[in-house]
Design a protein around this ligand. Structure first.
Ligand SMILES: Cc1cc2nc3c(=O)[nH]c(=O)nc-3n(C[C@H](O)[C@H](O)[C@H](O)COP(=O)(O)OP(=O)(O)OC[C@H]3O[C@@H](n4cnc5c(N)ncnc54)[C@H](O)[C@@H]3O)c2cc1C
Length: 484
């Protein structure tokens, strides 16, 4: 079943407890900070029903039509279909959004790959994983990710500080487990459910721990409280901040105040090894759409910088072309890592097709770590006018408008209105508080840099370089523990 935008909106009008700027939000779908991004998610649902998109965004299984984003990948074509679907969405909405569902469902596929580890304690839970993966497909659920606790003092085990600083189970009932704590989650306030799991901390040496819990949490369940950060949308005119007003994906500190998780929604519980395993494979699939988004961010930077260079004729200069080429190398570097990771895709332990891991993770390090440098180049190419250009209202007002229109018009081709729009776009992409937020998002939302590097270290096969150097340098077998 594929849902419509209206069905999605009705689903999140479930009386959920959402707070922003000190006020309880009555209807998330109408709140000025949340409405634009909810409308985009609704648009994605509606696109799947439109004739021009439906064959790219959906597939038929039996008598049912489902979203291509949620189809567990089994072939390279499945990945090609997902890439094409993302392309349709990004081009239709005219911007970049990350937490729209396809990016977090991969964490569930990684979980399914670990079914054997998870089944060790209670085989019932393994069946829950398969059922939930199927339920997301069948019910077209908007699913997000809950990993990061406030954590507190990392040098202390959770039991020696406020125990709620990390999500844990407080008791069991016949109906399920009761959890307390909090997580940071992008899009939680307007999603249907989250896959909650621990960021393994100081308790990881324990054999059994109340903190080692993984489950599905319904975002409107009693006791779930979303305390959102302030939004960027509708703070200012869309003419001046065209990206912030349309694409802000609001994060929340989601508090779990004794929330009942029914047994059928539990994936693991009091299983420290399972928690560690889940963390080590979490982004096996989901890093792919995360990095793919950066391709579109790169395209926006290339487009903004190139139009800016073109309008003034600076694109004729070799040194300007070199800077544009640096941006292209960034874009194509991301493209190459993604393409190669699918071309060399590998069977996962659970029988799915996962992107070749070391290339995918190396691509994530490349894409995320180089973004600040690329924003710097794009900003340089756009020039200082992105921070000194007055807002649209000054261009429209009598008294200031005539002067601005005179000085911002270059020639017949580039009149003031197009230049103002381009500069406003570039400002919001590279310079605004929204731009700064997006940069932090890219660098942290799928774990911080040290974690990205750990994923590369753990997925790369070092035996190739080690053997190569051993032979080339004529090293003895002694170094492998053999006879000299
Ligand atoms: C915009 C945004 C959106 C987010 N969305 C989500 C979401 O949807 N779901 C979710 O679960 N989480 C989300 N997060 C949280 C994100 O996953 C965390 O910020 C991230 O995991 C880092 O955790 P932390 O902020 O507690 O940083 P800390 O753990 O406090 O680390 C801070 C810094 O300390 C250094 N550091 C810490 N530990 C080590 C170490 N072992 N080795 C080397 N250096 C270290 C690193 O420089 C690190 O960046 C989001 C974060 C942001 C900023």
């Amino acid at each position: 079943m594929i849902r419509t935008g209206e069905e999605y909106k009705n689903g999140i009008r479930d009386g959920r407890e959402v707070w922003m700027d000190g006020e309880r939000v009555k209807d998330v779908t109408r709140h000025p900070a949340l409405k634009p991004i909810i409308d985009i998610k609704a648009r994605m649902y509606d696109m799947a029903h439109e004739e021009r998109y439906s064959s790219a965004l959906t597939y038929v299984d039996g008598n049912e039509r489902h979203s291509i984003f949620y189809r567990p990948p089994q072939t390279k074509q499945d990945w090609a279909d997902k890439i094409a679907a993302v392309d349709h969405v990004m081009k239709d909405i005219g911007g970049v959004v990350t937490r729209v569902g396809d990016e977090t469902i991969g964490e569930m596929w990684s979980l399914a790959d670990g079914r054997d580890v998870l089944a060790e304690i209670d085989p019932r839970f393994a069946a829950n994983i398969d059922r939930h993966i199927q339920a997301v497909v069948e019910n077209d659920v908007f699913h997000v990710s809950a990993n990061t606790d406030p954590k507190g003092d990392r040098s202390l085990p959770p039991q020696q500080q406020d125990p709620d600083l990390m999500v844990h189970v407080t008791r069991e009932t016949d109906a399920g487990i009761i959890i307390r704590g909090a997580k940071y989650e992008t899009a939680a306030a307007y999603a249907d459910q989250a896959y909650l799991k621990p960021t393994v901390g100081a308790w990881s040496t324990e054999a059994l721990s109340d903190y080692a819990v993984g489950c599905i949490v319904k975002m409107g369940a009693p006791g779930v409280k979303h305390i959102c950060r302030a939004g960027f949308a509708n703070r200012s005119s869309e003419k001046d901040y065209p990206l912030a007003n349309r694409f802000d994906e609001v994060e929340a500190l989601v508090v779990f105040d004794d929330v009942l998780i029914p047994w059928e929604d539990v994936f693991f519980y009091r299983h420290t090894r399972a928690a560690q395993f889940v963390r080590s494979t979490l982004h096996r699939y989901s890093a792919f759409p995360y990095v793919l988004r950066l391709l579109y961010t790169a395209d926006m930077m290339i487009g903004a910088a190139m139009w800016n260079a073109k309008q003034t004729g600076l694109d004729k200069l070799q040194s300007v072309r070199e800077k544009l080429a640096d941006l292209v190398c960034y874009r194509e570097g991301i493209n190459a890592h993604l393409t190669a990771s699918i071309a060399m895709a590998e069977k996962s332990p659970g029988g799915l097709l996962m992107p070749q891991q070391s290339m995918l993770y190396a691509g994530r390090v490349f894409g995320c770590s180089q973004l600040p440098a690329m924003m710097h180049i794009a900003r340089e190419l756009c020039g200082g006018q992105i921070c000194i250009t007055p807002n649209a209202s000054s261009f429209e007002a009598k008294g200031s408008g005539e002067w601005l229109n005179k000085f911002y018009s270059l020639n017949d081709q580039w009149q003031a209105e197009d230049r103002r729009k381009l500069l406003a776009f570039a400002r919001d992409l590279l310079n605004s508080d929204y731009a700064g937020h997006r940069l932090t998002f890219v660098q942290f939302a799928q774990a911080p840099h040290f974690n990205h590097l750990a994923a590369v270290y753990n997925s790369f096969d070092f035996s190739g370089p080690l053997d190569f150097v051993k032979k080339s340098a004529g090293l003895s077998d002694r170094i492998n523990g053999g006879k000299a």
